[in-house]
Design a protein around this ligand. Sequence first.
Ligand code: BYC
Length: 493
Amino acid sequence: MTDGDTDLSGPDLTGPAPAPDGPVSVVDYSERIPNNVGLAADRRLQRALEAWQPRFLDWWGALGPSLPTRDVYLRTAVAIGRDGWASWSRVPMEQYRWGIFLSERDEPRQIAFGKHKGEPAWAQVPGEYRSELRRLIVVQGDTEPASVEQQRHLGATAPSLYDLRNLFQVNVEEGRHLWAMVYLLHAYFGRDGREEAEQLLHRHSGHPDSPRILGAFNEETTDWLSFFMFTYFTDRDGKYQLGTLKESGFDPLSRTCEFMLREEAHHMFVGTTGVQRVVQRSAAVTAEHGTDDIWRHGAIPLPVIQKYLNQHYSLSLDLFGSETSSNAAAYFTAGLKGRWMETRRHDDHLLTDATARIPVVDDGQISTRTVPALTALNLDLRDEYVADCERGLRKWNGDLAKAGLDWRLTLPHVGFNRQVGAFTGHCISPAGELIGADDWAGHAAGWLPTADDRAQVAALMTPHYEAGDFAGWLAPPPTGINDLPVEYDYVRF
Ligand code: BYC
């Protein structure tokens, strides 16, 4: 399992997740679609995926990274197992080998929760849960290409070749995660699945008629501060959602998500260290000049970093759905989607009699109400996520303290700026006070990025394409990628 703390410890790019026990299975790269799922033995499935592949490449060409490059130093998944799973080389991005990988397991797995608890995990989709499973896979699959679309133009303003390479690494792996979901749709859902796979390329982030399914994936990622916040907060939702799907009774989904989580650790690393490097530079410049107003010194004021944080955190909280959800209860009871670290929890894994407290806004006050725990599972996951988010903040705040500043970054109240769930339609300050609409309007510019903040951040976003050169608004990283020097030319034009 990917651990939330691993991304704080350094660039562990080999993927810190403990591999499942079992033999290392090497991927056959002579095939058009590298895989460890025995694709060659299933001609129909292979043909269906080979037909989808050119459409994926067309989509990548049209809506993937817009900056032309010659090659990029990339990690490619090549095997499963404890002794390494990735190879590293310079690759022309359009020739990246997007493959299909499932974690391997020695032991047959048992379903760990819900009404099928103790039964063998399913190798096929149970007919009664077909549409729910398809829905979960489609929602997950939809986010992957969406993020690539959102980040499409960031290459034009990369603060260094090191960062540019990290952006492209994240992008190709989100592309691979799309492949992972498309494989499940094609292999297990017949014609419906193939149609859904087409739709995953048809919907586009922010498209007025055919947007991506979840709200946060229709926002633009306009600058690198947004990118770092997105990889910190929104990719972290990905980590937690994948962690619950990894518990699924549908074994191919579980094994797929387990493998995806290894790649996800690098995305967390990009977010954690990206924000950290911005904070370090802003802290140093603030301390040096004794003022928050550091735009003219080429750095981003700490209050503006806080506003970006407020926005990305609140948008990402929306991705957990409502605090009470009959969908979540049904997914759990059916054994389709578990809880974070399900097998480590000390309860009956059925939750039929359990209760939970959820927040409610009632009579002009924020209070709590008791509901069946089964219906509060979105909140259960969100609470785990919030605790994980706090860990990164402690790290960043440590850097502020080291710089001798009293300023601290904070997570706003969970009700702040919400569009989904119990707080929707209420004005709640970052400190958690329920306020009136006028009060909100008077303060919003201090809480969320304004057009002027965005313009000032955008003005700092100039490309730095010389090896070892870094933009002045963030600190260079302490180490390079995969033991290479920080000054390595990670991307060639
Ligand atoms: N925007 O019962 P509710 C990642 C819909 S990120 C728009 O509260 P439920 C990644 C909801 O679909 C992880 N609509 O929701 C990160 C439902 O509609 P239907 C992605 C929303 O079902 C970075 C209705 O409102 N994976 O991997 O309990 C880069 C009622 O809502 C939103 C997953 O999310 C929203 N924010 O929970 C790349 C895992 N929220 O079904 C990748 C799979 C809710 O009634 N998805 N709605 O038409 C799920 O488990 C659930 O669908 C959700 C929603 C947790 C998203």
